[in-house]
Design a protein around this ligand. Structure first.
Ligand code: ATP
Length: 229
């Protein structure tokens, strides 16, 4: 589903690579935690997978396509296959819960009949039924993140990328979001989540990929946050 072949990324004006010679493969349906200290290259990795950045060297493949060879007009089609969730939710503040999720479908030209059918389903899936008409500032942080997950998943993407999705949430709210991501993963969606949340990584025992100074230093099945032997 995602393959990095000897990928190096050096930002303009920087000497040290943010990502250095990283090779790895993530298969369909996997759940992967991306860990590493601040500045280790996690966001850079995710941005390369979204083609928000291009590698300085090496090749990135997503859903069978080499991203560097993908023409710009095909990038929106690629991004449609990848849902994204961020630490800061990124909801549209002037739209209701329903409209925030519906908007993701409007921009890709889905008809109103389809939108009116699937948005309530996905809001029920994330546990927000009854809150369709609330504005984002009338929701708790955990509820706002549920809206963001609903928006990312409403189009049933092949891949869900989550960059520190629990970074602004308290531990019990975080567990709820993780249950949701786990449920989405069980539908066959590949989930890649960058996190600093050791407790969550240790509880879930999924594949753990660790970066350090841009290098891949660990790739462990059923892993934990901090490596022990
Ligand atoms: N646009 C940029 N221009 C120059 N350097 C950058 C840019 N973005 C990131 N970097 C550098 O690249 C390295 C990797 O950053 P990245 O954001 O990928 O790390 P991260 O692991 O996601 O960190 P965090 O956990 O703090 O989000 C860091 O040294 C950072 O300073």
């Amino acid at each position: 589903m995602i393959r990095f072949e000897n990928v190096t990324k050096v930002y303009e004006g920087q000497k040290r690579p943010a990502l250095a010679d990283v090779s790895l493969e993530i298969h369909k349906g996997e759940f992967v935690f991306l860990v590493g200290s601040s500045g280790s290259g996690k966001s850079t990795f995710l941005k390369l997978a979204l083609r928000e950045l291009r590698p300085s060297r090496g090749r990135v493949f997503v859903a069978g396509k080499e991203l560097n060879r993908l023409s710009s007009w095909k990038v929106p089609k690629l991004r449609r296959q990848i849902g994204t969730v961020f630490q800061d939710f990124r909801l549209l503040p002037n739209k209701t819960v329903f409209e925030n999720v519906a908007f993701a479908l409007q921009v890709i030209g889905r008809p109103r009949s389809h939108i009116e059918r699937v948005v309530p389903d996905v809001l029920a899936l994330v546990g927000l039924d009854g809150k369709e008409d609330r504005m984002p500032d009338e929701l708790s942080g955990g509820e706002q993140q549920r809206v963001a997950v609903a928006r990312a998943f409403v189009n049933r993407p092949k891949i869900l990328i989550a960059d520190e999705p629990t970074g602004n949430l308290d531990p019990s709210t975080s567990v709820g979001i993780m249950k949701l991501l786990d449920r989405i993963n069980r539908t066959g969606t590949t989930v890649i989540m960058a996190t600093h949340d050791a407790k969550i990584v240790d509880q879930m025992r999924k594949r753990v990929i660790e970066l350090e100074g841009g290098r891949l230093v660990r790739d462990q099945n059923r892993g934990v946050y901090g490596y022990q032997g």
